[in-house]
Design a protein around this ligand. Sequence first.
Ligand SMILES: *Cc1c(COP(=O)(O)O)cnc(C)c1O
Length: 372
Amino acid sequence: MKNIKLSKSSIGDSEKLAVMSVLDKEYLGMGEEVRHFENELTGFFGRETTCVSTGTAALQLAVQCAGIGVGDEVLVPSLTYVASFQAISATGAVPIACDIEEEYLSISLKDAELRLTSNTKAIMLVHYSGAVGDFDSVLEFAKKYNLRVIEDAAHAFGTSYKGQKIGSFGDITCFSFDGIKNITSGEGGCIVSGDTELNARIRDARLLGVEKDTEARFSGTRSWEFDVSYQGWRYHMSNIMAAIGRVQFARLGELGAKRQLLAHRYVEQLAKQDKVRSLLMDFTTTIPHIFVVRLPSSTDRDELRNALKLKGIETGVHYQPNHRLSFFKLTSQAPFPVLDKVFPTLLTLPMHPDLELADVDFVINTLNELLR
Ligand SMILES: *Cc1c(COP(=O)(O)O)cnc(C)c1O
């Protein structure tokens, strides 16, 4: 039987060699490889980039170092990985769950506006599956209400919006390099911003708040006499992770093109029927992290997922709305009409660089048969 995975890392000999070469040098922590990776990413985005241990750490540091914390509120779409919510609450700030708009499943500004208070300090937007939505309107909204804009761009590495790379503009952009993202460093993430003061705080905060420790480590030394003036964390990236990340980053063209090829095949195959539809996205400028479709509202999603599983096709559900989670439902005021309606119809189909076009055809044919 087939075993078509929902997602997986795509690792070649070059990643393995890169890890071996770090092991050979016997300097595993944060050093030269991280410095090179950061320089390469800074060149790519045209803005200073700081690497950290996970995408969640990137989001937490972005919120904290923007000066947001206890007593503050951050608007965030309920349809996101719980990482976005936990990153906000880890700083002491309160994530305010917002409804989504129906086209790109991104935050609804109409709903967000209703949830504004005098404590609202930022809006976190999530490029769900890679779809950027109406970013210009979010930037306008933020300007109008004097909010920081933190992008959870975990799904959007390599994606462009109106001809500009995500991460190359805006306020603060956070990426994840976890094992299944568009590029991976094993685990990892980065923060990109044009705000030099914020970047300096992030660089210290990722190393326990030890002043200028980044600069010391990059020059092969270490700070022995130092001061710490605020809460920091052990959120730096290791040379092993950066070595994997650098190879994956060099492969972005290849990995991204494969994802786009598969997405185009999905769209082409889905166009032959009218029950299931994909999200409205331009896969020449978007590198899809996940491939989400909307099922007819009459479909029993669990039953369908089980039937697909029996045919060897793994599927997913992105994501359990955060306003329903015990930890966050107290601060998440109903209603969420669009998300409550849309969520039961969302299904994520297999998407990763090692998938073949024939696999996509098999997935869609099987889906068609089961929905007949
Ligand atoms: C993966 C992901 C994160 C967190 O990234 P990690 O590197 O896994 O910590 C945050 N938000 C979204 C939407 C994600 O998919």
